[in-house]
Design a protein around this ligand. Sequence first.
Ligand code: KIV
Length: 277
Amino acid sequence: MSTKTSASGIEAAKRITTQTLQEMKVAQTPVAMLTAYDYTSARILDSAGIDVLLVGDSASNVVAGHETTLPITLDQMIYHASSVVRGVSRALVVVDLPFGSYQGNSKEALASAIRIMKESGAHAVKLEGGEAVIPTVERIITAGIPVMGHLGLTPQSIYRFGTYKVRAREEEEAETLRRDAVLLEQAGCFAVVLEKIPLELASQVTSSVNIPTIGIGAGPSCDGQVLVTHDLLGLTTDFNPRFVRRYGHLADEIQRAVESYIQDVRDRSFPSIDESY
Ligand code: KIV
């Protein structure tokens, strides 16, 4: 991690920008991205050195308990995003434009993106889709707001897909995806998420565009990887797709800790005299 020294002599981590991600692609340094929805987690992930924090609309699933990402509102995304921004000193914070906040027309989309940037202090927005969202991407970028694209399994379209299975296995859909990635780059996106597509297709897209591709279930050739933090930490236990690697089992650990606490309360061993006034 590169650092700079402030007037006080304390070394501060250098902020990640969209330009940094571009440089990482050129240097072939993989980008590490995770989701975050709250201040405390964002602080921990940021101090661990994560490059990008995505305030994902997956908050709708893992925070609010909805089945899909569709119910989360713009106000709720702004609340999550502003909490994350307060916890971050280095990572680039990207916020999902939620379902219904950008599909109507590019003017509405720009208004939603401006609200996110103004009210949360985030650094960029992400939206799902290819050719159909190009005028929207262009309009948001013209206002000076960096945009990340998202292709492949785009969860806001789950009712159109009807399934969470791997996308673009067939050549027709793969060809559309290849074209969409180029269109997003030409429209000015600084990066594109590729979700749940065959690794060979992700590899082709990665070498055909000059912006970083960030994969989730898209194989090792992408320029970076993203996971939902709750999955990586083992906070979610009932979601086990092949692409998730669990680096912790926090659900078990939390359960053990809470069971111990309940036991201590019941047998009056908590609080002790030392823990009292
Ligand atoms: O909302 C989200 O968490 C996402 C990632 C899966 C890329 O969009």
